[in-house]
Structures are given as structure tokens and as C-alpha cells.
Write a protein that binds this ligand. Structure first.
Ligand code: ZN
Length: 46
């Protein structure tokens, strides 16, 4: 599985293969920028 972080307020875009890593970085980003909202997108491979 692969996951991508997308922020609604900046150009943050990172890809992860591990949900825990993605979730951890999303939390860090939201902690650093309190008004940003990060979505974790599931990248489905065909
Ligand atoms: Zn952001």
C-alpha cells in the first residue's frame, strides 16, 4: 500500500509506504501549522 499526504493550505505532498509514518507526519504538520488540514490519500495500484 502507498499513501500520500495532501495539505489543504500549502503544497505539502509526500508519499509513504507505511500508514503509521504518514499519520505521524500528518500530525506533525498539523501541530506545526495549526490552521492546516492534512488528508491522507490511499494510492490504489491497479
Ligand atoms: Zn500545510
Amino acid at each position: 500500500m502507498a499513501y500520500r499526504l495532501q495539505c489543504d493550505s500549502c503544497d505539502l505532498e509526500s508519499e509513504y509506504t507505511d500508514w503509521a509514518d504518514a499519520n505521524s507526519d500528518a500530525s506533525d504538520h498539523e501541530a506545526e501549522y495549526a490552521d492546516h488540514w492534512v488528508s491522507i490519500v490511499d494510492l490504489q495500484e491497479a
